[in-house]
Design a protein. Structure first.
Length: 429
């Protein structure tokens, strides 16, 4: 297999195809600390793309409760167990290695789904991608175990678990998921028909419905289980990244051709989502651009982390990890960057606090931001993950977001302005 570079693993790895990169890459940051599992995103996607016959069990966007929930059921626990069986005790990071821009988390020394596949010999012989086909029953219950917590015991009618940070003894959190439009997609690598492709203009991964024959190898090979089979057409389908919106081609929303965020992002009630397009150089590296909100959060600050980077697909969905959750669990899910991310999020400096205000402030995709400094308005004591206390200084800065064409499209202050309703619109309640 050809060798490709995976920055999230800090090393080269095997992949069925030669390295090739888009000009821009669809990417997003989800802040798990803010998701309320309202499922508005889920329904926005469902009502747009998967409302037809044969798509009943198809949820391109889903929100599951961790650690027990999953759609399809147990998708991550099953694959982690398969990887462990292929490489017992070896799925480890060498996080102590010197950090570099293209190696921010050290090096993953275990096996990815591409590297573990040759030794996993099933009835069909060795596969190109380690994976499995979920059963029909596993696809049937997208939101089972909602609000099911881990840890603690019931004692005399109440939990004995502590609710003190840094870690709650009883915990759960909501994990919103869509296709990660991976740099090295497992679905694409597994398809024997070469029906899956990654668009050079934005890195969105699509399934060519003319070429697909419904072999379901993509369903098996996607570690995140975001390729799904449709029995009425005998083809597989997946999240299309709302590409007409990203292209700026929606005549109602994008009269001037500016890229608009996807339906699930635009609908998010909890303001947990920020979507973007990051620029990729001819060498496959993200172009250094600290004025891009996504670059700032993911590459500059590393406050947003990839989901299960050890699978090896270099997913382009990133998560700000939940502050209160068991650290061992978070390390398994987001890799060795968890401590640094949580420490920064617990007490954000003024620049980070300003960028966090851009989440769901606008429907247009923000390519750049700028901060105008304001006066100090507060000092707040904050309990840090190591148990110490810190004083957070808060400034009433203004963050300004710009679209693809450099036009200002949003302006948010840290202090929410008070707006009084004019008397002529008095509320009658
Ligand atoms: S998340 Fe799955 S379906 Fe989406 S690009 Fe990655 S491997 Fe393919
Ligand atoms: S709309 Fe936002 S807050 Fe609501 S479930 Fe989806 S991601 Fe979470």
């Amino acid at each position: 297999m050809p060798r490709v570079y995976n920055w999230q693993l800090g090393r080269e790895m095997s992949y069925p195809y030669e390295e090739r990169h888009p000009r821009w890459q669809f990417a997003f940051v989800f802040n798990t600390n803010r998701c309320i599992a309202c499922q508005t995103c889920t329904m926005a996607c469902k009502a747009t793309w998967t409302f037809s016959k044969g798509q009943e069990a198809m949820w391109w966007n889903n929100v599951e409760t961790k650690p027990f929930g999953g759609y399809p059921a147990h998708w991550d626990a099953k694959l982690l167990a398969m990887l462990e069986a292929e490489n017992p005790g070896g799925q480890v990071w060498n996080a102590g290695q010197p950090k570099e821009r293209e190696k921010p988390f050290g090096q993953f020394n275990g096996k990815t789904i591409f590297e573990a596949a040759p030794t996993h010999v099933g009835p069909e012989g060795p596969q190109t991608v380690l994976g499995y086909l979920p059963t029909e029953a596993e696809w049937r219950t997208p939101n089972v175990y909602e609000d099911g917590a881990a840890g603690g015991k019931w004692q005399a009618g109440k939990f004995d678990g502590s609710v003190q940070l840094p870690e709650h003894r009883v915990w759960f959190f909501y994990l919103a998921r869509i296709c990660n439009h991976c740099t090295y997609p497992g679905c694409l690598g597994a398809c024997p028909r070469q029906a899956i492709y990654k668009r050079p203009e934005d890195g969105i991964v699509l399934i060519d419905q003319e070429r697909c024959r419904g072999y379901r190898k993509c369903v098996e090979g996607c570690p995140y289980k975001k390729a799904m089979y449709r029995p009425t057409t005998n083809t597989s389908e997946k999240c299309v990244g709302c590409y007409p919106r990203v292209e700026g081609k929606d005549p109602h929303l994008c009269p001037d051709g500016a890229p608009i965020e996807t339906r699930c992002m635009s609908a998010c009630i909890g303001k947990i989502r920020l979507q973007g397009l990051v620029e990729v150089g001819p060498d496959g590296k993200w172009v250094v651009d600290p004025a891009s909100p996504l670059y700032f959060l993911i590459r500059d600050r590393q406050v947003a982390l990839p989901l299960y980077p050890q699978f090896g697909t270099e997913p382009n969905g990133f998560y700000i990890p939940p502050r209160w959750v068991n650290r061992g669990y978070l390390h398994q899910m987001f890799g060795p960057g968890v401590e640094k991310a949580i420490e920064q999020y617990s007490c954000p400096d003024r620049e980070l606090l300003a960028v966090l205000q851009l989440f769901r402030a606008q429907r247009q995709i923000l390519f750049k931001f700028r901060i105008e400094k304001g006066p100090k308005v507060a000092e707040v004591p904050v309990r840090m993950p190591d148990g110490t206390e810190k004083v957070q200084e808060i400034f009433n800065d203004t963050v300004i977001g710009f679209n693809k064409f450099g036009k200002e499209v949003v302006r948010v202050t840290i202090e929410e302005p008070i707006v009084e309703r004019p008397k002529k619109h008095a509320n009658s309640i």
